[in-house]
Ligand binder design. Structure first.
Ligand SMILES: NC(=O)c1ccc[n+]([C@@H]2O[C@H](COP(=O)([O-])OP(=O)(O)OC[C@H]3O[C@@H](n4cnc5c(N)ncnc54)[C@H](O)[C@@H]3O)[C@@H](O)[C@H]2O)c1
Length: 379
């Protein structure tokens, strides 16, 4: 019997992505598995049922038909309690779980003996690059953030020389030059803005400069474990505040993307700094979901303070669902390569570094240490 993969329609509010796109369904079927897709699962990402059918997928109407006998369920976001209740023990569920923020759901997967893999826990090693959903989705978030900033700004981004006069280019400042920040920089450069960027990791400087932007230097290098940033000391934070505040005050569009894994986002832009910004300036806070880089950010809302617009968008990758679903599906296809031991078999050996790191629950236990601790302390 071939392995059956199931792709439900995503149920979270404002989620337009789908876990597999028709092209990847076709490739998976060629490798010998069966793929079931719930009716209209891809419709909001502009992948109609007819394309899945043409690729060899089976369209099913109800969750029951979808899950019955399926060994692997492919999600974008965490499964819902209702979905988990319909899964047989031992079913594998793969998605972006954001475990720390979804502890009740993790507990339900544990108790339902679901084998769950959280794709955001995949280590940032070269072998895992093709599975790196954090990178593929952050690329989209950075791109959309710059477009939102441009859209809300009362100014042109590029320099223009016209019969009606010369327009100076807008100044765009990016705080945090990881995957999203670098894409935001590249997009702002393409739109013709003057771009400056800052990151606590000195290594980001070369990447910023290679995109043609100016890197703001602070005498700090806060590169921590695994290439991520560490938290700053109080003295370092004070230095950072001073420099960031001066740079923010001069910018027309500010995009903040600073994050520290597993922690609240660093506070880079205070209320006082917003008070120094020009009327008409725009701040797009990509860290809204993890507490915000700006003190005035309200997640999912737009705040206008003394003529400055502060946007706290949530789930930006869902804003361009056609391509983010395509990238996500490719990430999933690579990840499935580690799990499928042949057309009719799934590996039961999760000792591979990537599988071991991303295994969240199995056989009634939470396997990811930090989540287990959080669940223990919330019990
Ligand atoms: N090897 C790989 O396969 C791979 C793939 C993707 C990313 N990476 C690396 O992983 C690292 C993290 O990338 P990410 O985009 O997921 O990061 P992230 O989303 O965790 O954070 C975004 C950025 O915020 C920065 N930051 C944190 N605190 C800050 C502060 N106080 N002020 C300014 N900036 C601050 C971080 O240094 C980071 O660049 C980077 O080094 C990146 O190059 C490696």
């Amino acid at each position: 019997m071939p392995i059956t993969l199931a792709v439900p329609r995503e149920l979270a509010a404002n989620e337009r992505r789908v876990a597999l796109v028709p092209e990847i369904v076709g490739r998976l079927i060629k490798s010998g598995v069966e793929v079931r897709i719930q009716t209209n699962a891809g419709v909001e990402a502009f992948y109609p049922d007819s394309q899945y059918l043409a690729a060899g997928g089976r369209i099913v109407g109800t969750p029951r038909e979808l899950f019955d006998g399926a060994q692997v369920v492919l999600k974008v976001q965490t499964p819902t309690a209702e979905e988990i209740a319909q899964l047989a023990p031992g079913t594998i569920v793969i998605g972006i779980m954001n475990a720390g923020r979804n502890l009740p759901i993790v507990a339900k997967m544990r108790d339902g003996k679901i084998t769950s893999f959280a794709l955001e826990l995949i280590p940032r090693i070269s072998r895992a690059q093709s599975m790196d959903v954090l990178s593929s989705q952050a690329t989209a978030a950075g791109y959309v953030a710059t477009l939102m900033g441009a859209d809300h700004s009362p100014k042109f981004l590029p320099m223009l020389t016209t019969a009606a006069g010369t327009i100076r280019p807008s100044s765009v400042l990016i705080l945090g030059a990881g995957v999203a920040g670098l894409m935001a920089i590249a997009t702002a450069k393409r739109l013709g803005a003057e771009v400056k960027a800052y990151d606590v990791r000195r290594a980001a400087g070369d990447q910023v400069r290679s995109l043609g932007a100016k890197f703001l230097e602070l005498e700090i290098n806060a590169e921590g474990a695994g290439g991520y940033a560490r938290e700053l000391t109080p003295e370092e934070k004070a230095k950072e505040q001073e420099m960031v505040s001066a740079a923010v005050a001069q910018a027309d569009v500010v995009i903040t993307t600073a994050n520290i894994p597993g922690r609240k986002a660093p506070r880079l832009v205070t209320k006082e700094t917003v008070g120094r910004m020009r009327p008409g300036a725009v701040l797009v806070d990509l860290a809204a979901e993890s507490g915000g880089n700006c003190e005035l950010t309200r997640p999912g809302e737009t705040v206008v303070q003394d003529g400055v617009t502060i946007l706290g968008p949530l789930n930006l990758p869902s804003a361009i669902p056609f391509h983010t679903s395509q990238m996500y599906a490719k990430n999933l296809q690579s990840f499935l390569g580690l799990l499928l031991a042949g057309p009719g078999a799934l590996t039961t050996d999760f000792s591979d570094e990537i599988l071991a790191a991303s295994l969240l629950t199995s056989q009634g236990e939470v396997r990811h240490g930090p989540t287990r601790e959080l669940l223990g302390s919330s019990a």
